[in-house]
Each structure stands twice: as C-alpha cells, then as structure tokens.
Design a protein around this ligand. Structure first.
Ligand code: ATP
Ligand code: MG
Length: 350
C-alpha cells in the first residue's frame, strides 16, 4: 500500500516546492537581490534534479520488494537448515545398485505426529517405482528424504549401501532431478530457465534438451525464441508448456535419479500428449520415483507402492495388485477405472 502510494505523494510535494520556488524567485528579482539569469539557471537545475529524485523514490520501492523476496528465500533455506554435512562426507558416484529406505519413520519438526512409519523399500537402479495412495498419505514426504531435504527421525536411507548422512550434499543432489507440480520458473529468458541446473550449458545443448522435451517448437514460435522472457512464475506459459520446460531442465542436468510429481490437474488432450511423450523421453534409462496420478503411469511402473497414513500397505505390479484384490484394487476402481474406460473407448474406435 505504502509502496503504491508514495510516488504520487512525492510528485505532489515536488509540485508544491516548484510553485514555492517560483514565488520566492519572483520576490527576489523584484527586490533586485537576484538576477533574472541566475533565477533561470536555478530553475533549470531544479527541474533537472526532479527526475533523479523521483527515481530514488522508486528505487526504495524495488528495495522493499527485493527485501521481501530475500526474506522468502531465507525462510525456504531455514526449512532445510537442520541438514548438516559431515566434515568427512564422501562423494557419491552415479547410482549403480539401489536406493534403500530401511525402517524409516519421519515426523515434521514442528509436529509430534509421524508422517512416515516404518517404511522399508528398495528402489532398484534403472526401474520405475510409482507411489500411489490417498491424499496426505506421505508420498511427497517420502520423496523429500531422497535428496535429504529432511532426515528420517529413525531408520536410514541408503544410496548404493551408503547412509545418506555420510554422503556429501552436493554429490547427492547432483544425482537427483526433481520435476514437480509447482515448477519454479524465473522471470528470465527461456534459455536461462532451461539451463538453471547447468549454467555452463551451450546453446546447442539447451536446444537439444528442449527438443527431447517436445518444447523446441513452441519456444521457436515465441516472439524472441529462446531469448523470450518468461513472465513471473511462468505466467505467459500454459501448464503443459511449463512442465515441458521443467522436463528440458531435468534432461539437461542428466541426473541418474528422477523424482516426478505428476500433475493432478488435467491438461487439454494435445498438451497432455506432448507432456506424456516428453516424460517418456525423460524416464528412459533413469531410476524414477513417480507420484502417480495417471493410470498409464502406474501400469508401466516396475513396482507400485500403495501408501496410506504414512505406511506402505502393498507393493507389486499393476496386475499382481489387481488380482490380490486389496487396497490397490479399490483405489483403481475409484481413481483409475474411468480412465481405463476412456482408453478402451479410444482403442475400440480406432
Ligand atoms: N512441511 C510440513 N510441515 C508439517 N506437516 C506437513 C508438511 N508437509 C506435509 N505435512 C503433512 O504430512 C502429511 C503427509 O503429506 P504429504 O504431502 O507427504 O502427502 P501426499 O501423500 O503427498 O499427499 P497428496 O497426494 O495430497 O500430495 C500430511 O498430513 C501433511 O499435512
Ligand atoms: Mg504430494
């Protein structure tokens, strides 16, 4: 509010001063204490100083906004401040064998309640593991333990047999690319947004990543191509386009482990198709942990993990879990069966 009101107020004050100086000048000239030329020189410099002053008041506004933004960044950093790297931490090499969660329980620092309880899960390198289950079941929380945004309250996460707490944070996080529902895009060029995780990338590498992510064509159609500025939070892009930029970003860093939080919101059919193809390119040859909201994804997964209230209820493939008739079958009937009908409908027509 104050920021919005202050430039007009400053302009008002400026006007009052100008009128005041004109009046004083007139008196001084009449009384012979000042020459006309002096007065005009004075007026000239007064007007010249007006614009810089106005800019100064604007600068203060941008400073306030920058401070607010910095405050937000610090808040986010604080959230992960509990994580400390050991002095003799080891660098991880690219995942070879598996990631293992062993007897993992976890509760957020500000709450007593456990969000994850006694989780045992092995994610084999090169496979796709899909997490499904009711909202609030702990799926996103589980994925946050892998890049060590949080540490388990008890139990441990192992990366090729090494406890994550023994590993250097930079070598761990270099291994993992995140594609989430809320991709953060910066008010910068498309090129810089894609190269976010690899600032030294060449233009050719950036373009290659965009092609694989099915983003190259829509980028080229933008007013300045790769040099188009993306609006704040990607506001000038559609949901599907933002996701494809996020996928291009992940392809460029080429991390062996991918965490994918599938969008729940529906995209239009064409956009959906492009996003699906981009994701297919992304998951190839990678170890993928996907929070799945789509039938096509869970059907393709090597292992489906059904979570409820912080526990793993069942694990298996789509057909194994359907025939065992447990929680997954109910979930499937509630959440995915409509989609199956649609798919069958399309297949029937063609
Ligand atoms: N930062 C946080 N601080 C405290 N509690 C949290 C935090 N994030 C999530 N929770 C709680 O942890 C529980 C599990 O949340 P989580 O986001 O892991 O669920 P989810 O399975 O991903 O749900 P959804 O399908 O809706 O995304 C919820 O009860 C949620 O309220
Ligand atoms: Mg979630």
């Amino acid at each position: 509010m104050i920021a919005g009101a202050s430039p007009p107020v400053i302009e008002m004050i400026g006007m009052v001063f100008v009128v005041l100086f004109l009046f004083i000048g007139q008196q001084e000239i009449i009384s012979g204490r000042m020459e006309r030329a002096q007065f005009f020189a004075f007026l000239f410099f007064l007007f010249r100083s007006y614009d810089p002053m106005r800019k100064l008041s604007r600068l203060q506004n941008s400073m306030e906004q920058a401070l607010a933004a910095a405050h937000h960044v610090l808040e986010v950093m604080d959230e992960h401040a509990e994580i400390k790297e050991k002095p003799d931490a080891k660098d991880l090499s690219p995942l070879k064998s598996n990631i293992e969660l062993r007897n993992v329980s976890f509760g957020y620092a500000n709450e007593e309640r456990s969000v994850l309880r006694d989780i045992n899960l092995i994610i084999r390198a090169g496979t796709m593991v899909a997490l499904v289950g009711e909202s609030g079941g702990g799926k996103s929380t589980l994925t946050k333990l892998l890049p060590r945004f949080h540490d388990p309250t008890s139990g441990a996460v192992f990366f090729d047999g090494l406890d994550l707490r023994e590993a250097s944070l930079s070598s761990l996080r270099k291994q993992i690319a995140l594609v989430t529902q809320e991709t953060v895009l910066f008010n910068d060029t498309v090129r810089h947004n894609i190269a976010y995780g690899k600032p030294a990338a060449t233009d050719a590498e950036i373009e290659e990543a965009a092609r694989i992510a099915f983003a190259h064509d829509f980028i080229r159609e933008m007013p300045k191509g790769y040099d188009t500025i993306v609006g704040e939070r990607g506001i000038f892009l559609s949901g599907g386009q933002r996701q494809r930029l996020a996928i291009a970003r992940a392809i460029l860093v080429n991390a062996p482990v991918l965490i994918l939080d599938e969008a729940t919101s529906a995209l239009d059919a064409e956009s959906e198709q492009f996003v699906q193809r981009a994701i297919n390119n992304l998951v190839r040859d990678r170890t993928t942990i996907v929070i799945a909201h789509r039938l096509s994804t869970v059907r393709r997964a090597d292992v489906i993990v059904v979570m409820e209230a912080g526990r793993i209820l069942e694990t298996g493939t789509h057909s194994e879990l359907l025939s065992s008739g447990g929680r997954y079958k109910k979930l499937y009937e509630l959440q995915f069966a409509d989609e199956e009908e649609e798919l069958a409908g399309i297949a029937g027509k063609s």
